[in-house]
Structures are given as C-alpha cells and as structure tokens.
Design a protein around this ligand. Structure first.
Ligand SMILES: *[C@@H]1O[C@H](CO)[C@@H](O)[C@H](O)[C@H]1NC(C)=O
Ligand SMILES: *[C@@H]1O[C@H](CO)[C@@H](O)[C@H](O)[C@H]1NC(C)=O
Ligand SMILES: *[C@@H]1O[C@H](CO)[C@@H](O)[C@H](O)[C@H]1NC(C)=O
Ligand SMILES: *[C@@H]1O[C@H](CO)[C@@H](O)[C@H](O)[C@H]1NC(C)=O
Ligand SMILES: *[C@@H]1O[C@H](CO)[C@@H](O)[C@H](O)[C@H]1NC(C)=O
Ligand SMILES: *[C@@H]1O[C@H](CO)[C@@H](O)[C@H](O)[C@H]1NC(C)=O
Ligand SMILES: *[C@@H]1O[C@H](CO)[C@@H](O)[C@H](O)[C@H]1NC(C)=O
Ligand SMILES: *[C@@H]1O[C@H](CO)[C@@H](O)[C@H](O)[C@H]1NC(C)=O
Length: 884
C-alpha cells in the first residue's frame, strides 16, 4: 500500500556535548573486578568497583553496570569510610511507596532499565567526601540456558574509564566434565585477545581477562572512556545420554537432562505468518528470506503447512504435506510472493493452524505451531482473552505454540501468555538487519525434536519445579530442581519417561549418575531451585487471573524475598549516607513495551531521564558515557550497536555513528513516520555551494521527460530503499518500458508482449530508441543525445537507486527533476540568518549537508537548505506523478 514514504539523507553529525555528569578526572576507578563462578550451570557474578575521590571537595560518584536480563540481582552494597550500606530486597509495593516518597521530596531514585537485547542496566551514585573512597559491590545470579548445544555466559565490561587494576575472573566447575570452552564477544578480539587466558581441565575451566590500560584504550569500541563490550564464555558439558546429571546438596537437587544420541522425530510444523500492512518493507522481506531458509532445512519426513494472514487467511495448501522437494519448491515460491496488505486477524489464523495440525494426526511425530506477528489483533476476534481461550481450546495441550513477536508494536505480554498457556514460549524478534537470522535461530532450536511427552519423576522428591514437557529438542536441556524429602538420599529415585518416535523410553540409572557435592554444605543447589521456581511462578502468574494469580504471586514474592532476588515483584532499596536520597531498584519486565516513565508533575525532568529514558520521543545518547546528550527525536529510524539513525522534529535525519545510545529497547519503537529524502541542486556562477531541499511523503516523481523522444522517467521514493529511489521506470512508446527496482537484481525490459530480463554481464538490449546496459552497480540507459545512469548504492544493508543524467540532451524543452537547471544565487546576508537571493527573491536558508549519490563513492556535501519550492523556483507538486 502506498504508505507515507520516505527517504532520508543521513548526515554524520558532531554533537556539542554538555557535560552533566561528574568530570571523570575528579574521581578515579582504581580497581574494577568482575568475578563469575559457574557451578552446575548456575552463575554467580560479583562486580566490584573501587573508586577514589581525588578532589579536595565532596563529589557524586557513579556506579553504572550492565547485567544479563535473565539474571536476578541478589546483593548490592557500598562501603564508604568504614561504613557498609546494604541494599535490602523488599516487596515492590512497599518499595514503591518509599520511592514515591523520595520522589515527592524531590530526590531522584535509582533505576534498572533494559538495554539492548540481552542486558539491563543498574545505575546508582553516592556522594563521597574529599579524598575518600567508595567500594560498590553488585551480585547477580542466573541459570544458564542451553540452546544450540551450548551455554553462554555474557559478561559486559564497561567500567567508564581505563582502570589500572581491571580483572575479569571466570571459574567454571561442572562435575559432568567440560566438553569445550570458548571466549567470544567484542572484547575477545584483537588487541584485547592477548589479555585473555583460558585454562581448561576436565571438570574445571578458568578464564582470566586482565587488559592493561593501554589495551583498554586501543580496542574497537574502546577509547578514552575505556572498554565497552562483552566477553562471552561459551561452553558445554559432556553428555552421558542416559538420565543426565543430578547434583544434590543440603536436601536439594538439580537434574540436567539432555540426551543427544536419540533419533530425531519427524515433525509436523505449521508456520502462521503475519502479512498485515505493518510488516511492510524490511520485515516482510526478512521473513521471506528466513522462511525460505527454514524450508530448506526441513527433513524429507517432516510435514508442513504454511498460512499467511492479514484480515484474510491465505493457505499455501489447506492440509499439511510432506517436505519433499516438489512441495518445498512450491512452498518457497509461495513464500517469495508473500506481500503485506490489510489488518491483523491473529485469532482466525492461529485457529486455522491448529485445525491443520489437529487434522494431521501422525503416529510417532511431533507437532509444532509457530506464529510470527508484528502487531496486535485488529481484525476478526480482537478480544485478547477470547483469542487466548479459543486458541487454548483448539490446541488442547496437544502441541506447543511458539509466538515470535517481530518488533516493538506487538503486545508481547499477550503473545507470551498465549505461548505459555500452550506449552510454548514467546520470543522477541528485534527489528534489525539480522532479523532473518534471529528467526532462523529460533527455528533451529525447535528443528530437531528428540522426545515428546517427557515426564520427569522423582520418588522421594518434593516441591519440584516443572516436570512435564511436551517436547525435548536436540541442543536444549530440561532442568528440574526440587527438595529431597527429609534429605533421604536412599529413597530418592529419579526417572524420566518419554516417547521417542513410537517407543516409550524410560531413563533410569541413578546409581551411576547421581552425585553428591559431598563437600561443605552450601546453599548453591537450593538457590538453583529457588531461581527456577521463581521464574516458573512468574510465568504461571502471567497465565492466571483472580485469586489463583494472587496466590502464585504471593508465593513468588515470598521466595524472592527469602532468597533476596530482585524480580519483577520485588525491589531493592539502598539507603545511602545521611542527607542523601534512597535508591529503589525495580527489575524491568520483558514485554512492558508501553511502560513509560512518567515523571511526577508530568513534565520530563531531564536529570531523571538518563537511566530511565522513559519518555516518548526523548533519547539520550552520548559520544562518551560521561557526556550524555539529551535530544528530542520523533522516532528512531534504525538502531544498532554504535549506530542510530534518528528523525528529528525538524524532519532532519541524523545518523549517530559514534558514541552510544542510551535508551532501553522498550523505547525503540520504530514507527512508520514519514521518511524524508534530501535532494541536492547544483549551482552555477561564482557560488559553489549547492542548494538542498527535503521531500517527504508517498511520492512518485517525474524525473525526466523528453517530449521529442517520447521518453519519460519516473521514480518512486520508498522506505524500502532507505535513502534513495526504490523503483525507476522508463517509458518509451506505449508498450515499451524499462523497469529497474531495488528488489530484483535484474532489469526488466518490456517491448509489447516480449519481456527480457537483463542482468549484469549480459549483452545490452535495445528497446525502441534506447539501449540498456547493466553493470554491477550501474545501469546505463542511452538514447542518442542522452545518457541516463542509474547507480545502485547500499545503505544500511538496503539497496537504493540514484539517477543521474550524465549526458544532458541538446534540446532545452525537457522537464523533470533531473532537468532542473543549476541554481544561480547570491548570498545577500549572513547574520543573524543567512539569506540567499534567487531571481530577486530573498530566501532564508540554513547551512546543512546532504549526500551526493551522483558520485561514486557518494560524498557528503555542504549545502544551503531551503524549501523545495524555493530551490526549484516552482511548486514541488509540479513534479508529482500519479503512477510510475
Ligand atoms: C571469586 O569468587 C569466588 C566465590 O565467591 C571466590 O572464591 C574467589 O576467590 C573470587 N575470586 C577472585 C579473584 O576474587
Ligand atoms: C581545593 O583546591 C583548590 C585548587 O586545587 C583550591 O583553590 C581550593 O582552595 C581548595 N579547597 C579547599 C577547601 O581546600
Ligand atoms: C543432536 O546434536 C548432536 C550435537 O549437536 C549431534 O551430534 C546429533 O547428530 C544431533 N542429533 C540429531 C538427531 O540431529
Ligand atoms: C515444600 O513442600 C512441603 C510439603 O511437601 C511444604 O510444607 C513446604 O512449605 C514446601 N516448601 C516450599 C518452600 O514451598
Ligand atoms: C504430567 O504427566 C503425567 C503423565 O502424562 C500426568 O499423569 C501428570 O498429571 C502430569 N503432571 C502435571 C503437573 O501436569
Ligand atoms: C553537480 O556538480 C558536480 C561538480 O560540478 C558534478 O560532479 C555533479 O555531477 C553535478 N550534479 C548534477 C546532479 O548535475
Ligand atoms: C558573484 O556574481 C554576482 C552576479 O551573479 C555578482 O553580483 C557578485 O559580485 C559576484 N561575487 C563575487 C565575489 O564575484
Ligand atoms: C532553448 O530555449 C530558448 C528560449 O528559452 C529558445 O530560444 C531556444 O531556441 C531553445 N534552444 C533549443 C536548442 O531548443
């Protein structure tokens, strides 16, 4: 659909930085340690930062770190001048009250906010007297989740300045034996790689990362502010293919079950794909790509179905069919032609998917339903509860439903609840250049079912975490923890019953696999149990309502309090030295996309914004962490580590290529605001600075019209080609056309009924009076006295087209944007505003810049920015076309 369309010129921009935080020279982080200990896949990480105030007056000193979203903070303390200030975990309501009181007294409060896909941020500060020191110590805990056959421990290091004594120590102890260990992540690359030491014994492994101050400044994405990046420890344990590993301690046990030598079970999979209008552009394209990859990966004995939906349902086939090469080819064709259109009828689509699977009852197979959507239900049944209850009824526990929420317009809570109610999980697909890989990565997690109907049985066990699992997939792991009744190890008997293809299998071999830590009594396994129990209770709470929900919530909260976990139900209250505010930390909840941080009184208080950044349209970014700059943007066009493209309220587009963007994911809502495209107009005479102007909206422009040759060229500005034209059509006589677009690599030449596809390297083709030659990055359209060159550029992974009239026609009756004569102007005034005089008209302009795509490579040029009408000396609307 012709949606407000857009384009943008991106300008590298330097920001004037107003320093709002303490000057880093004032205080010195003289020691920064991260110590991670992993035992039985449970990681406890302690970050210790020691800071000295080198000034002769008191200073506010910050502690600002990032931890994995999956982790629970379990301890925070500050040591100042011989005093310890301990954080206390309290029920959220109680803490909230304290928070509100603090805020009403005009004090700020600490915050945890989510950043990026996997991290959240913890930030606090304290005032330290002259020449005194402070030690911050934060502890968090997490259970590693096995996916794709490995565990990943992510450690984010960003001490905010180069630190003399910087250390990351990771110690892993796995009784089963460590099969491999690798160090990945941005901080593992040259030159920091030299600072990593890895030692791997049978059951233990150590990773030390001790970069020097010099190395901390030299790495990629490092600078005067020191390191900023991840160290990811990747490992797996040896598998015995039986009952797995059971570890017991102090009356608790944890069981890791992940056999891998089983045959795969053929699967029946139905993909339900959203093709509503909001999937427009890159999302639908990435979905097509991912789907084709996924189809390629299906095994011949898999059966599959494909449904696309907007307000209507389209079937590739009404029933599931076998994944043989003929069916796959046809399905891939269907996938290639998925186009976005209408609204979103999730209800009908999921029910139809369930119907297809229900109708396809195949012995010894595993059925899976996968929904991909990017929006809320807007058509058909839209009541969320009604959808959930109908879907639940249709699936009736027979197969899992996985929901993939694409982008941030989805109601993730709704998807999560629906998945959990149907034995599945929901996943976010981040709108980014790797979205197709994220989709494929998710599919691979469920691609190889090895067992179905897995029941974990523990005689002599109690207070068990989840024991029934509909599927077990290769590369994953089932983890169950519980209490051993009366700590009686003799009577404790674990067993797993499951179905592998058509066979019922019983795994039981306790004598060999049950192992006791034996060493000093510790509460480690008990904490694993508590962590898992709280996580599962939180999931359960989401699915329930009424008194049941309250009961589960209470249970989860009590456990969180007992084990001092900061969960979505609890908060940490940190009391600081007298005279200072009290900080309250809440854990952000995945899926709370619309949770806006509302400052008291309604108006945004920028000082509070930096960590929360919860104000629509407000973003904090900084070239250095110490110098955050708060700016207003209408929306973020795209976002990646280190690069963000913003649209400012003034409609100027800004690309931030250095530095770092602060707001949470939750805030990055990529809306369909109109994009802009900036055009350059050359000047002649003694003025060399070109003019520039912006065009926005859903527009097809007349690029060139040569009446005496029956030649016209039109171009479409489109958000698909971020920064240029997405389609350029050349029309000759009525039935002769040349079509160039960014989607296909070929040029289509139509001459009546004859259609030729022309790709690079082929001989030129001729239609009417023009000759079309396709080169790798250029297409030449030549006609006697004209040479039109359409160059293809790539910007942020997207192709765009750019037309240049390389040889101007000798006649002067041509029209269109490319035929506009260079401007002749004078600068008549420079202060307070610059004024140009064009044809006796004085026009206010601003100095700006634009990318000139007519050169290869494109260059950024300074230009005088003005309205399109002024630059062109006629209404822009004169160049609009109704169709290509
Ligand atoms: C890391 O933490 C563990 C467990 O608390 C402790 O035994 C060890 O000494 C610490 N290592 C360092 C280098 O501080
Ligand atoms: C702090 O040091 C500055 C210069 O280093 C000096 O001017 C100032 O008087 C000192 N203040 C105190 C309270 O000693
Ligand atoms: C399961 O994964 C393991 C290792 O990743 C692999 O060796 C094995 O072949 C896989 N099993 C199946 C049935 O694909
Ligand atoms: C564990 O189970 C027992 C009964 O088997 C129960 O009394 C106890 O409260 C449970 N503990 C927890 C922490 O749920
Ligand atoms: C788990 O599955 C077994 C056998 O399928 C069933 O008897 C039991 O009730 C289930 N337990 C739960 C908690 O759903
Ligand atoms: C504008 O002028 C520059 C330099 O004279 C030239 O390279 C460029 O092709 C011109 N652009 C257009 C659109 O004519
Ligand atoms: C530039 O050209 C204009 C006429 O187009 C003339 O009036 C002006 O004096 C010239 N300026 C310079 C610096 O040559
Ligand atoms: C160009 O236009 C002028 C009038 O604007 C006209 O006098 C002249 O003949 C035209 N030249 C050609 C080659 O068409």
């Amino acid at each position: 659909m012709g949606r407000a369309v857009v384009q943008i010129t991106l300008i590298g921009l330097l920001f004037a930085l107003a320093s709002t935080l303490p000057n880093k020279d004032d205080w010195d982080i003289y020691s920064f340690h991260i110590n991670s200990t992993v035992t039985s896949r449970y990681a406890t990480t302690v970050i210790t930062s020691r800071v000295a105030n080198r000034m002769n007056e008191s200073k506010e000193i910050e502690f600002h770190v990032r931890l994995p979203k999956n982790a629970f903070i379990s301890k925070f303390r500050m040591f100042i001048d011989g005093q310890v200030y301990d954080g206390v975990v309290k029920a959220k309501e109680q803490a909230q009250q304290q928070y509100t009181e603090a805020v009403s007294r005009g004090e700020s409060a600490g915050l945890v906010s989510s950043v990026g896909r996997t991290l959240e941020e913890f930030k606090t500060s304290v005032t330290v007297a002259a020449h005194k020191k402070v030690t911050f110590e934060l502890t968090y805990e997490e259970l590693m989740k096995r996916t794709h056959g490995k565990y990943e421990l992510q450690i984010h290091a960003r001490p905010m300045q180069p630190v003399r004594d910087f250390k990351v120590d990771v110690y892993i102890h796995e009784e089963a034996g460590i099969s491999f260990i690798d160090v990945k992540g941005g901080l593992s690359t040259y030159p920091l790689a030299y600072a990593i030491t890895k030692t791997h014994a049978d059951k233990q492994a150590w990773v030390y990362f001790y970069p020097t101050v010099y190395q901390q400044k030299m790495c990629d994405s490092c600078g005067d502010q020191g390191m900023n990046g991840d160290l990811v420890i990747v490992y797996d344990v040896n598998r015995d293919n039986g009952l797995g590993h059971i570890k017991k301690s102090d009356g608790y046990f944890v069981h890791h079950f992940a056999p891998s030598d089983l045959p795969r079970i053929p699967k029946n999979v139905v993909f339900v794909i959203d093709q509503s209008g909001s999937m427009h552009g890159r999302k639908i394209e990435q979905t097509r790509i991912a789907l084709i990859h996924i189809l390629n990966d299906l095994a011949e004995d898999d059966h599959f179905g494909l449904i696309t939906f907007d307000d209507r349902i389209s079937y590739w086939k009404r029933e599931l069919v076998q994944a043989n090469s003929k069916n796959l080819e046809s399905a891939k064709n269907f996938a290639r032609n998925i186009e976005e259109r209408g609204s979103t009828d999730i209800h009908e689509a999921v029910l139809q998917g369930a119907r297809m699977l229900n109708a396809h009852n195949r012995e010894g197979s595993a059925s899976i339903l996968i929904l991909l959507t990017d929006g809320d239900p807007t058509s058909g049944v839209t009541n969320l509860e009604k959808i959930q209850s109908n879907v639940r009824q249709a699936i009736a526990g027979k197969f899992p439903l996985y929901c993939l929420g694409f982008g941030f317009d989805v109601n993730f809570n709704f998807l999560e609840k629906m998945s959990l109610q149907n034995n599945g999980v929901a996943r976010r697909i981040y709108e980014d250049s790797d979205a197709d890989l994220q989709l494929k990565g998710f599919y691979e997690e469920v691609a190889t079912p090895l067992l179905t109907d897995v029941t974990m049985i523990y005689l002599g066990g109690t207070n068990l975490t989840q024991t029934n699992f509909s599927h077990y997939y290769n590369g994953s792991e089932i983890v169950v923890a519980g209490e051993i009744t009366d700590n009686n190890i003799e009577t404790f008997t674990p067993q797993v019953v499951a179905i592998s293809s058509n066979r019922r299998i019983i795994f039981s071999n306790p004598s060999e696999t049950v192992e006791s830590t034996g060493t000093v009594s510790d509460d480690h396994i008990q904490r694993v149990w508590a962590y898992l129990t709280v996580k599962q209770l939180l999931d359960k709470e989401l699915q329930l309502s009424g008194p049941e929900k309250e009961k589960v919530k209470k249970e989860a909260m009590e456990l969180s309090l007992k084990y001092s976990f900061v969960t979505p139900l609890t908060s940490m209250v940190v009391t600081k030295p007298p005279g200072e505010n009290t900080d309250v930390f809440h854990k952000p909840k995945e899926g709370e996309t619309s949770q806006r941080w509302q400052p008291p009184g309604g108006q945004p208080n920028f000082a509070h914004l930096a960590p929360a950044c919860g104000y629509s349209g407000q973003w904090v970014h900084s070239v250095a962490d110490f110098d955050p700059v708060i700016r207003s943007y209408d929306y973020i066009k795209s976002y990646d580590v280190g690069t963000a493209v913003f649209l400012e309220p003034s409609d100027a587009l800004i690309e931030v290529t250095t530095g770092y963007l602060e707001p949470t994911d939750d805030l990055i809502e990529v809306t369909d605001a109109p994009l802009l495209y900036r055009f350059l107009l050359n000047s002649t005479g003694n003025q060399t600075v070109p003019l520039c102007f912006d065009i926005s909206g859903a527009i097809i422009l007349k690029l060139f019209h040569h009446p005496s040759r029956d030649l016209s060229v039109n171009g479409e500005l489109d958000s698909i080609a971020n920064g240029g034209f997405s389609k350029i059509f050349i029309h000759l006589k009525t039935h002769q056309h040349v079509e160039v677009d960014t989607e296909s690599q070929r040029v289509i030449v139509r001459d009546g009924q004859t259609v030729t596809y022309q790709a690079a390297g082929q001989d030129p083709s001729t239609v009417g009076s023009v000759t079309v030659t396709v080169y790798n990055t250029e297409i030449h359209i030549a006609a006697e006295d004209i040479l039109l060159v359409i160059s293809q550029h790539e910007k942020n992974g997207q192709r765009l087209l750019w037309p240049v009239l390389r040889q101007q026609p000798s006649t002067n009756n041509t029209e269109g944007l490319l035929a506009v004569k260079p401007a002749v102007y004078e600068v008549v005034q420079q202060v307070p505003v610059t004024k140009l005089k064009i044809k006796n008209q004085e026009i206010d302009v601003t100095s700006d810049s634009a990318i000139d795509y007519s050169t290869d490579p494109p260059v950024t040029k300074n230009c005088w920015l003005m309205s399109a009408d002024s630059a062109l000396q006629r209404p822009l609307a004169d160049f609009f076309m109704a169709q290509l």
